[in-house]
Design a binder for this molecule. Structure first.
Ligand code: SF4
Length: 376
C-alpha cells in the first residue's frame, strides 16, 4: 500500500525539514526559503531555472529530490469549461485532478473563478457503490508531495494560459479535496500537504478556501476538528437515513448517522464554519421526497449547506440520474424552512468528470500502459 520513490519529492518538504536537510550539508538557513520560492512563487520547471543558487547546490538538489513527482499525461477540456488532468506518478499510477471554471459576467473564460479538485489516493477502499474511483479498490495512498504536485501542475498550466498580474499568486480560487480517494484515510499526508499549500513559504493559500470532503470517518473528523488550521468540511452524505446510506455507502455500517452527525456538529462548533452536505441524487435510490424531508431536518439541525448533485452515469454501473423535474422537486422540499441548497448543474459531463472515470477508461484502454491493473 505504501510506495517508496527513488527520491523524495521536494513538494513534500516543509520549510523546517528542508532547512534541516540543507544544514546537514553546511548550507545557510536562508537557502531553504530561496528554494521554496523558486518552486511555489517563481514556478521553476527545472533545477537550472534556480539561477541564484550555486551550481553544486543545484546538482545536489537534483540528485536528492524529485522536483515534481506527477507528470501531466492528458488534459481533457470539456465544452462546459472543465479540465480533467490525468497525472502519472513515478510508479506509473494514474491520478486525476480537475479544474472547474465558473464563468464571470463581463470577463473572458481565462479570468473565470477556478476551483481545483485534487486526489489523495490511487483508487479508494471505501466501496461506495456508485463511484468509479472505488471500482478497482485502493492501490495506495498518495504522499504529501504528490498531493501538492497536482496543484503545482495546475499553476503551470494556468500560468501558461493567463500570465499572472502578480507572479506569486496561486492560479486558482478554491481547492476541494474531493477527487479520487477518501482524504481522511490518508490523514497525515493530507495534513502535511495542506500545511505546505497554506504556508506563506508555500502556495500561501488560505485555509478557508480549502474544503476537505469525507465519506464519514468519524474519528478522523473529530481529529480534524482539533487541528489549529480551520479548513472547511464537506460530508458525502448521499443518504438521509441509515437504511438508504448503508445501501450505497459501506462506511455507514462502521459509522452510522447517530455517530456521524454529532461529529459534524462538533466540527462546526469548533471552527464556526458552515459544513456542506453533499448529496448525489440517484434515481429510485435516494431521490424520494421522504429522503428530502429527512435531509432538510439534518441540514437544519447542523446549520449546514446542502449541495445536490445529479448522478453522473458511470459505465458498467446500473445507477441513473433522476429527471430534472424530480431534482427540482427534491431541492424545493429541502429548501423549505430556510435551508441553503444548491442544485448543481454539474460540469464535465462530456469528459468523464465523475471521480475516477477518466483514469478507469485510460487503464481499460491500455492494460499494459501506465497505471494498468491499478487497485486489483
Ligand atoms: S465516493 Fe469517495 S469515498 Fe466513496 S468510493 Fe468514491 S472516492 Fe471513495
Amino acid at each position: 500500500m505504501k510506495f517508496t520513490p527513488a527520491k523524495p519529492a521536494l513538494t513534500g518538504e516543509t520549510l523546517e525539514t528542508l532547512t534541516a536537510r540543507l544544514a546537514g550539508r553546511g548550507e545557510p538557513a536562508f537557502r531553504a526559503r530561496q528554494i521554496l520560492e523558486w518552486v511555489y512563487k517563481k514556478r521553476a520547471r527545472s533545477w537550472d531555472d534556480m539561477t541564484n543558487l550555486p551550481r553544486p547546490l543545484r546538482a545536489w538538489l537534483g540528485e536528492t529530490f524529485a522536483l515534481l513527482p506527477a507528470a501531466l499525461v492528458l488534459n481533457r477540456q470539456s465544452a462546459d469549461v472543465t479540465d480533467k488532468l490525468l497525472l502519472e506518478l513515478e510508479d506509473r499510477s494514474l491520478i486525476e485532478t480537475v479544474i472547474i471554471r465558473v464563468p464571470q459576467e463581463g470577463v473572458g473564460l481565462e479570468h473565470s473563478r477556478k476551483t481545483i479538485c485534487i486526489s489523495t489516493q490511487v483508487g479508494c477502499a471505501m466501496g461506495c457503490v456508485f463511484c468509479a474511483s472505488g471500482l478497482a479498490g485502493l492501490k495506495r495512498d498518495l504522499a504529501a508531495g504528490e498531493i501538492v504536485a497536482q496543484l503545482l501542475q495546475v499553476c503551470h498550466l494556468e500560468d501558461a494560459r493567463t500570465p499572472r498580474a502578480r507572479a506569486e499568486l496561486a492560479s486558482f480560487d478554491n481547492i476541494v479535496v474531493m477527487g479520487m480517494g477518501e482524504p481522511l484515510a490518508n490523514y497525515d499526508a493530507l495534513l502535511r500537504a495542506l500545511t505546505i499549500v497554506n504556508a506563506e513559504w508555500g502556495l500561501g493559500f488560505g485555509a478557508r478556501r480549502i474544503t476537505i470532503s469525507t465519506s464519514g470517518l468519524v474519528p478522523k473528523i473529530r481529529r480534524l476538528a482539533d487541528e489549529a488550521i480551520g479548513f472547511r468540511l464537506a460530508i458525502s452524505l448521499h443518504g438521509a437515513s441509515d437504511a438508504v446510506r448503508e445501501r450505497i455507502m459501506p462506511v455507514n455500517k462502521a459509522y452510522p448517522l447517530a455517530q456521524l452527525l454529532p461529529a459534524v456538529r462538533e466540527f462546526h462548533e469548533r471552527h464556526g464554519r458552515m459544513v456542506t452536505l453533499e448529496f448525489i441524487l440517484i434515481e429510485d435510490v435516494n431521490d424520494s421526497l421522504e429522503q428530502a424531508d429527512l435531509l432538510r431536518e439534518i441540514a437544519r439541525d447542523l446549520h449546514a449547506h446542502v449541495n445536490l448533485i445529479p448522478y453522473n452515469a458511470v459505465e458498467g454501473l446500473p445507477w441513473r440520474r433522476p429527471s430534472v423535474l424530480r431534482q427540482e422537486e427534491f431541492a424545493r422540499v429541502v429548501r423549505t424552512a430556510g435551508v441553503s441548497v444548491t442544485l448543481r448543474r454539474e460540469k464535465g459531463h462530456d469528459i468523464d468528470a465523475a471521480c475516477g472515470q477518466l483514469r478507469l477508461k485510460t487503464e481499460k484502454a491500455a492494460p499494459g500502459a501506465p497505471g494498468g491493473g491499478a487497485g486489483s
